[in-house]
Design a protein around this ligand. Structure first.
Ligand SMILES: Cc1ncc(COP(=O)(O)O)c(C=O)c1O
Length: 360
């Protein structure tokens, strides 16, 4: 079986260190906001080139905490792409705001900037680009489009840890950047986890306070908040995994370049990714997805769909976007197949995948 992802194998070299760290934390009974949490936040800021990091319980909360920190009027408009994970849109609705969708570019996972420009109104308060599949949205260009209007940019970086747009690092370009650290991400914990970055001092304090029940000091609750802290145990695991991120991102990149070069079948379309992409997913498109995935199954090759429904077609969200159509997002949903892109995928297995795809 060619696995889609093999986290256990990725972490083999650090497992003993992780076990020993966990033992020490258990002995110390230091489970909540222990020293590893701050240490991880500091290291994550260095990775992103941002001033501040605010860890939290998961990526969905990261987006919600970021939106809540802006104190926006109810029903303010937030623009996001029609193809992303449900959480990006759920966070907007849970924050009492109104999601406005834009399509992604043709054969790209990233939102179309012309489309974005057309959707900006007086009520727009936030743009929420998503660096989907590890490719990177041109945030500096979005800033130019906004032309000093008081509109915030919160980017969803859940699939782009360590990615770059030219020399600019993901996590340092927007007003607030949100990351999921779900186990299968390029940087993932052994359970739910998330982190937010910003260069804004007052937003940093607000978000640190909000994620800890409105408190920076025990029993002093200065505002209503949520309980969305990163566990000390997860922080210790992330601290061990963080130094491996760039190496594994480079390996993903090499596999992606090999697929780009060797998959040569006119029945399969490849997507465009930007240069600094970290290939959280490598997605191809097929007009006959059922037949092609049957062939992958027959050859014991795992695959995924990211995602089978665009935002406007999710059962929970349909009522917000009646009669709206986003044809490129719909194309990714109905024709996209994510290929194995585990950083340790062997050359032999890469060749097998390519051979099967080219024989289709
Ligand atoms: C683009 C995107 N946004 C948000 C999330 C939500 O993150 P989490 O599962 O950690 O809540 C994910 C992860 O699944 C994601 O891929």
């Amino acid at each position: 079986m060619i696995k889609f992802l093999d986290i256990n194998n990725q972490d083999k070299q650090i497992l003993n260190l992780i076990y020993s760290d966990i033992r020490k934390i258990i002995k110390k009974n230091n489970f909540i906001l222990g020293e590893q949490v701050t240490k991880f936040e500091n290291k994550f800021s260095i990775l992103c080139g941002s001033k501040y990091s605010i860890s939290c319980a998961n990526g969905t909360d990261a987006l919600l905490i970021a939106l809540k920190s802006l104190d926006l009027p109810k029903n303010s408009e937030v623009i996001l792409p029609a193809m992303t994970y449900c959480s990006t849109a759920f966070a907007v609705i849970n924050a009492g705001l109104k999601p406005i969708l834009v399509d992604v570019d043709y054969l790209s996972p990233l939102l179309n900037l012309q489309n974005l420009k057309n959707k900006i109104t007086k009520k727009t308060k936030v743009i929420m680009p998503v660096h989907l599949y590890g490719s990177v949205v041109n945030i500096p260009l979005i800033r130019k489009i906004l032309n000093n209007k008081k509109i915030f940019i919160i980017d969803d970086c859940s699939q782009a840890h360590g990615a770059k747009f030219y020399k600019k690092k993901v996590g340092s370009m927007a007003d607030i950047s949100c990351f999921s650290l779900y186990p299968g991400k390029n940087l993932g914990a052994y359970g739910d986890a998330g982190v937010i970055t910003t260069n804004n001092r007052s937003l940093n304090i607000k978000m640190k306070n909000y994620r800890n029940l409105g408190s920076l000091q025990k029993f002093k609750h200065t505002q209503i908040g949520v309980n969305s802290r990163l566990d000390t145990l997860q922080a210790a695991i992330l601290l061990r995994k963080l130094p491996l991120l760039n190496k594994y991102n480079n390996k993903r990149n090499k596999i992606a370049k090999y697929y780009d070069l060797k998959i040569n079948n006119t029945k399969i379309k490849k997507l465009n990714y930007v240069d600094g992409a970290v290939y959280h997913q490598y997605v191809i498109l097929s007009n006959n997805r059922k037949k092609l995935t049957d062939l992958l199954k027959k050859n014991n090759i795992q695959f995924g769909f990211h995602y089978p429904y665009p935002i406007h077609k999710l059962q929970a969200l349909r009522k917000y976007f009646r009669k709206q159509k986003y044809k490129n997002a719909e194309m990714l949903a109905s024709k996209g197949i994510s290929l194995p892109i585990d950083p340790n995928l062997s050359k032999k297995n890469q060749d097998k995948i390519i051979k099967v795809l080219n024989s289709f």
